[in-house]
Design a protein around this ligand. Structure first.
Ligand code: DGJ
Length: 777
C-alpha cells in the first residue's frame, strides 16, 4: 500500500514499512526501511539538522544547515556536497558532471507498466505505482523514480529513468536502479561469488568504512558475482534477526555498491555496472534502468529467502510453466558429449524411458559440423550423418517411447569455422582490424544489430518448429572481450554491453511468445547468467556444470538464499564425477538433485541393473512428492559438515528433509534431524527413505560375519552382493510439529566400527538421507 502524507511517502507491505520525504531543499530523504511500523508523526524519523558539520560543504545559501553528504537520499548525484557513490552521474554537454535533482511532482497510478525493452516483475492484481519526478533545472534533465509494492511477498521494486529535456546531448555514465540509506553501519554484506563449476558461495563482508563493490563486467550477470545480495547483522541467523535481500531484473554487467560514509552511515546502491557505461541521450531521449528488487525480514535469512522465493515464483516466472510441475529429464551431455548419433541417443532414451524419465534432451553436437567446440555455432541445421532422419525423425521416436523431446542451442554465438561466420563476419562482436581474444573457440554475435536479432529469431523459429520440441536449453558459453559494435558510432561504444542485453531480451521475448508451451531452460557454462532477467523468460536455469553432489549441496545452498528451488535445475550424474572425480553414493546424488528441478545426466546404458532399479525407485518417489519440492516453502538448517534442508508443502501437511554429511567423525554415533516450517500443532509421522545397502561398501569387513573367507572385490564378493543386500535403519516417529522442530528427531545410532545390526545408521563420508514427514490423518 502506498500512502502520501503531506511531503512524505509511506510504502507498507504486510510486514514491512518503507518511508521517505521531500526535504525543504527539495531532495528525497530516505527515512526508514524495516519491520512494519505505524507512523503517527513522521518527524520522529527525520534527522534534526542545525549546522553543517566540520569541513563539509553547504548545499546552498538558502539551506545553510544542509550538506547532502550526511543525508540518507533516495537519489543522489555528483557535485552538490555529496561525496559518496551517486545513483546517477551525467556528463553534460559543457563537460560538467554536476547535477542537482530536486522534487518536481509525483503521480500515483493504478497498475504496473512493463518497462520498454527490459523484463520486469508483473502483477496480476492491479496495485498502485508511485512515480516521483525530479528535475535538474540548471541542465534540463529529469530523473524519474518508480516504486511498486508487492504486499503479500513483502517486496518493493524500484526503477530509475533519465529523460533529457535539454537541447544538448548528454551522456549517462551511471544510473543505478535503486539506492538505500542506513543511519548506522554495523552491517555485513553477503554476496554470492564463485567461478565456473563453483557458483554461488556466500561471502560475508563486514561494512565498517569505505566502499565494497560486488560486480560483473563480463557482459553477463556472471558466476563471479551474482546480482543477488543481502545486508544483515553479524548476529542475524537463519531464523532470527534483520535481513535485507536485494536483486536486479537484469542479465548483463551489474554492480552492488556499499559505502560507509565519514559519518558512519551506510549507503547501498545497485544497478547496471557504471564501469564502461556511457549512454548518449539526444534531446527528448530517455534511458531506463532495470528493475531493482528489495525485501526485508526480521525472521532471519530463511524469512528473507521465503519472501524472495514467493515473489519470484509469482511475479518473475511467467507463462504456462510458472505453475506446471517440471518434467524429470535425461540430458545427453555427460553421457555422450559431442559423440552423438540417432542410434546412440535412442539407446540412451530407451533406458531413460524404462526408468520413468519424462523428457529426453539432446545436448550439444547435433548441428552443422559440430564434432567439437571448435566449430559450427551458427549453423542451426541438423547434422545428417548424426541425425539422418533430422530432428523430426528423432523427436517422433522419442515421443513414441512416451517421453517429450528437447534440444540444446547456443543462439548468441558464432564459430569462426562456420557457414554463418563465412557469410557474415561483420555479425560477430569484433573490433575491425584488431586481433580478437578467444574464449571457448567462439565469438559473440553482435546483438546490438537488429539484423542479428532477426537472424536469431528466424533461425530458432525454424529449429523449434521443425519437430515436436517441448524443451529448449538456451546456452551461452563465452564472456565478453573486445567489446565493440561496428553498427554504432564511436561515441556510442559505451552502449554496447547494455544494447547487447536489450537485443537478447528482444529475442527471448519474441521466441517465448511464439512458443509459449516450450519449457525453456537458461544456461551459461552452468550458472554464469543466473538472474531475474533470464527467469522473466525462462522458468528454470542450469545451476552449475558441476554435478558433484557435495559441491552441488554448497552451490544449491547459495542459490537458495535468493532463488526458489524449482528455478535451479539439478542433475544426477555418474561417478567418479566428471568435474571433481569424487565418488558419492547414488542416493546422495539423487537426494541433493531432488532439491531442484530434477534431471539425470549419465550414461544409463552403461549402468548396472541395480543402479537402474535404484534410479527407477528414485523417479517414482520424486513424482509422488514433486509438488512439495517444486512449489513448497524451503528452509535451510545446519550448513558445514552437515547440510540440513527442509521443504514444506503450502498447507504444511507434508515435508521432505535431507541430511547430508561430508566427512564422518569416528566414534560419534549421535545425530539428529531438525525440520523447519511445520505446523507446531499438527501431528506428523516422521520416516526415512529406506534403502538397500550394498555389502561392497563394507570392503573386507564382510569377513567379520562370513563363515568362509571372501576376498574383497572378488567374484564371490560381487556374487554375494547381487543376491544379498542390507537394509537401512528405519526411523518411525509420530510427533507434533513443535517437538520435531524444536527438539529435533534423535536418529538411529551411526555405524562406528563396533557392532552392526538392522537398526544401524550407516552414515559414512558423502552419505545423505531423505526424511519424509506427513501429517497424521
Ligand atoms: C555448457 C553447459 O553448461 C553444459 O551443460 C553443456 O550444455 C555444454 N555447454 C555444451 O557445450
Amino acid at each position: 500500500m502506498i500512502t502520501k502524507q503531506d511531503n512524505c511517502f509511506i510504502l507498507d507491505t504486510r510486514y514491512t514499512t518503507y518511508a521517505f520525504r521531500v526535504t525543504e531543499s527539495g531532495h528525497l530523504e530516505h527515512l526508514y526501511y524495516g519491520k512494519r511500523i505505524k507512523i503517527h508523526d513522521i518527524n520522529m524519523l527525520v534527522e534534526k539538522r542545525e549546522f553543517v558539520p566540520g569541513n563539509n560543504n553547504v548545499y546552498s545559501d538558502q539551506y545553510k544547515n544542509v550538506t547532502l553528504n550526511d543525508l540518507n537520499l533516495e537519489a543522489s548525484f555528483e557535485g552538490k556536497s555529496d561525496n559518496r557513490e551517486p545513483l546517477i552521474k551525467v556528463l553534460h554537454s559543457d563537460g560538467s558532471r554536476t547535477s542537482d535533482f530536486v522534487y518536481k511532482t509525483c503521480v500515483i497510478r493504478k497498475g504496473k507498466t512493463p518497462l520498454e525493452g527490459l523484463p520486469s516483475s508483473y502483477d496480476e492484481e492491479e496495485r498502485e505505482t508511485l512515480e516521483i519526478i525530479l528535475e535538474d533545472k540548471e541542465y534540463g534533465v529529469r530523473l524519474i523514480l518508480t516504486y511498486y509494492v508487492f504486499d503479500d511477498e513483502n517486496v518493493i521494486t524500484r526503477t530509475s529513468r533519465v529523460e533529457n529535456k535539454s537541447d544538448n546531448a548528454i551522456y549517462v555514465i551511471q544510473l543505478m536502479s535503486a539506492q538505500l540509506g542506513f543511519s548506522d553501519h554495523n552491517y555485513i554484506m553477503s554476496t554470492f561469488n564463485g567461478a565456473w563449476a563453483r557458483e554461488m558461495y556466500r561471502h560475508d563482508t563486514p561494512l565498517r568504512a569505505g566502499k565494497h563493490i560486488n560486480s560483473s563486467n563480463v557482459g553477463v550477470s556472471s558466476s563471479t558475482a551474482n546480482p543477488f545480495f543481502m545486508i544483515s547483522h553479524e548476529s542475524t541467523t537463519e531464523d532470527s534477526g534483520d535481513v535485507y535481500g536485494m536483486n536486479l531484473v537484469y542479465s548483463g554487467n551489474h554492480a552492488e555498491i556499499a559505502e560507509v560514509s565519514e559519518f558512519g552511515k551506510l549507503r547501498v546502491s545497485w544497478g547496471i555496472n557504471p564501469q564502461g557505461l556511457a549512454w548518449k541521450l539526444e534531446k527528448d531521449e530517455a534511458f531506463q534502468s532495470p528493475e531493482a528488487v528489495m525485501t526485508f525480514s526480521a525472521a532471519g535469512y530463511n524469512g528473507m529467502s521465503q519472501n524472495m522465493h514467493s515473489f519470484i515464483r509469482k511475479h518473475i516466472v511467467r507463462g504456462v510453466w510458472r505453475d506446471r510441475p517440471r518434467p524429470i529429464l535425461l540430458n545427453s551431455w555427460e553421457a555422450a558429449y559431442f559423440k552423438i548419433s540417432e542410434r546412440r541417443l535412442l539407446n540412451l532414451a530407451k533406458e531413460g524411458s524404462a526408468v520413468g524419465i519424462e523428457l529426453f534432451v539432446m545436448d550439444d553436437g547435433w548441428f552443422g559440423e559440430r564434432d567439437s567446440d571448435e566449430k559450427a555455432l551458427g549453423d542451426w541445421y541438423p547434422n545428417k550423418k548424426k541425425l539422418p532422419n533430422g530432428l523430426k525423425g528423432l523427436a517422433d521416436k522419442i515421443n513414441e517411447m512416451g517421453m517429450s523431446f528437447g534440444i540444446w542451442v547456443e543462439p548468441e554465438m558464432v564459430s569462426v569455422d562456420s557457414d554463418l561466420y563465412r557469410k557474415h563476419p561483420e555479425w560477430a562482436m569484433e573490433i575491425p582490424g584488431v586481433k580478437h581474444s578467444e574464449g571457448r573457440n567462439q565469438r559473440i554475435l553482435d546483438l546490438c544489430r537488429t539484423e542479428v536479432q532477426d537472424y536469431i529469431i528466424e533461425s530458432m523459429t525454424q529449429v523449434f518448429s521443425s519437430a515436436n520440441i517441448e524443451y529448449v536449453k538456451w546456452d551461452m558459453n563465452r564472456t565478453f572481450t573486445d567489446i565493440y559494435s561496428s553498427s554504432l558510432d564511436e561515441d556510442r561504444q559505451g552502449e554496447v554491453c547494455h544494447r547487447y542485453v536489450l537485443g537478447l531480451y528482444r529475442c527471448m521475448d519474441e521466441l517465448t511468445k511464439k512458443f509459449p508451451d516450450i519449457l525453456f531452460e537458461g544456461c551459461a557454462s552452468g550458472g554464469n547468467r543466473f538472474d531475474l532477467g533470464i527467469l522473466s523468460y525462462f522458468p528454470q536455469i542450469w545451476g552449475s556444470d558441476n554435478t558433484d553432489a557435495i559441491v552441488r549441496s554448497e552451490i544449491q545452498t547459495g542459490y537458495s538464499y535468493g532463488y526458489p528451488l524449482n528455478t535451479v535445475s539439478a542433475h544426477v550424474s555418474s561417478v567418479p564425477n566428471h568435474q571433481t572425480l569424487r565418488v558419492t553414493p547414488l542416493e546422495t546424488r539423487f537426494a541433493v538433485a531432488s532439491f531442484g528441478s530434477l534431471g539425470y545426466e549419465c550414461n544409463l546404458c552403461d549402468m548396472s541393473k541395480t543402479e537402474k532399479d535404484d534410479i527407477k525407485a528414485q523417479i517414482e518417489m520424486y513424482k509422488k512428492v514433486r509438488s512439495i519440492y517444486q512449489f513448497g516453502m524451503f528452509y535451510r538448517g545446519r550448513f558445514g559438515n552437515i547440510t540440513e534442508w527442509t521443504v514444506v508443502s503450502e498447507d504444511k501437511c507434508h515435508a521432505i528433509g535431507i541430511l547430508l554429511q561430508k566427512m564422518v567423525t569416528p566414534n560419534n554415533q549421535f545425530q539428529y534431524f531438525m525440520p523447519k516450517g511445520l505446523d507446531e500443532n499438527m501431528l506428523y509421522h516422521f520416516t526415512n527413505r529406506e534403502l538397500k545397502l550394498s555389502i561392497m561398501m563394507f570392503g573386507d569387513l564382510v569377513n567379520a560375519v562370513s563363515p568362509v573367507h571372501v576376498k574383497q572385490d572378488s567374484l564371490m564378493h560381487k556374487t554375494i552382493d547381487r543376491f544379498y543386500k542390507l537394509s537401512t535403519e528405519k526411523e518411525d516417529i509420530t510427533a507434533y510439529g513443535d517437538a520435531l522442530m524444536y527438539a529435533g528427531v534423535k536418529l538411529h545410532q551411526a555405524f562406528s566400527g563396533t557392532g552392526f545390526n538392522e537398526n544401524t545408521r550407516v552414515f559414512s563420508d558423502y552419505v545423505a538421507r531423505l526424511y519424509l514427514i506427513n501429517a497424521v490423518e
